[in-house]
Design a protein around this ligand. Structure first.
Ligand code: 13P
Length: 257
């Protein structure tokens, strides 16, 4: 089956309103005609500026996180409903930086995913092992636990979602997983999806993230196991990001929607 190919830019906590708007406009103006779903995930304070810059372009607006609660007295939080109101169509959930710095655990992520699904946001659910886990031979167990405990309880409604495999040791380090390393874990995720969702699991894209750049994107994205990329640092340059989009567009079997 052909799965949608995604390239999502996670801008993390970078930029100003005007730089966010400029970057989004540059991506929009030079976006190649490719059967790739392109998403931009700016800091939440820049969502409105980016929404304006990409209006009508087909580029998806995404957020980097959403609250586990629907609304109420949760100072500093942004709800899934508010993200939809801002024009978001997708949201990153369970990024390792939030698991680590904000101490987000799988039980919390189930609740965040439930809010995202309830508002028809497409979650980009992140999984990945630490260097210690990899060295201990516990990569498959770590990823499977994140799927079993952080994702599985939120499923069961048939709504679309995306999984991003992001080895923690490859994020922001310039160290990229080798293609066999990435393929091995993508295989674990794909088998988990088949077991959990049967044939429906086949439609779920599994992206790779971790030091993806214009030089390594072609090799990674040529793998039939890798359905796209979640890009951090390289998404802050429109040229780098668009080179990755072009590489994703070369994939066989991708579809626009
Ligand atoms: P880098 O591409 O900067 O390694 O970040 C990856 C990432 O965390 C995307 O969510």
């Amino acid at each position: 089956m052909s799965r949608a190919v995604w390239v999502a830019g996670n801008w993390k906590m970078n930029g100003t309103e005007s730089s966010a708007s400029d970057l989004a406009r540059q991506v929009r103006e030079t976006l190649p005609e490719r059967p790739v779903r392109v998403a931009l995930c700016p800091p939440s304070v820049h969502l409105a500026a980016v929404r304006e810059a990409i209006a009508g372009s087909g580029i998806l607006l995404g957020a980097q996180d959403c609250a586990a609660e629907e609304n109420g007295a949760y100072t500093g939080e942004v709800s899934a409903a508010q993200l939809v109101d801002m024009g978001c169509e997708c949201v990153i959930v369970g990024h390792s930086e939030r698991r680590r710095h904000q101490k987000e655990d799988d039980a919390l992520l189930v609740r965040k995913l439930a809010r995202a699904f309830a508002h028809r946001l497409v979650p980009l659910y992140c999984v990945g092992e630490t260097l210690e886990e990899r060295r201990a031979g516990a990569t498959d167990a770590a990823v499977t636990k994140q799927l079993d405990q952080g994702l599985s309880p939120a499923l069961g409604h048939g709504l679309p979602f995306v999984i991003a495999y992001e080895p923690v040791w490859a994020i922001g380090t310039g160290v990229v997983a080798t293609i066999p390393q990435a393929e091995e874990v993508h295989g674990v995720v794909r088998r988990w999806l088949a077991k959990r969702l049967g044939a429906l699991g086949d439609a779920i894209p599994v992206l790779y993230g971790g030091s993806v750049n214009r030089d390594n994107a072609g090799g990674l994205l040529a793998s039939p196991q890798i359905d796209g990329a979640l890009v951090g640092g390289a998404s802050l340059s429109s040229e780098e990001f668009l080179a990755i989009v072009r590489a994703a567009g070369e994939k066989k079997g991708g579809e626009a929607s």
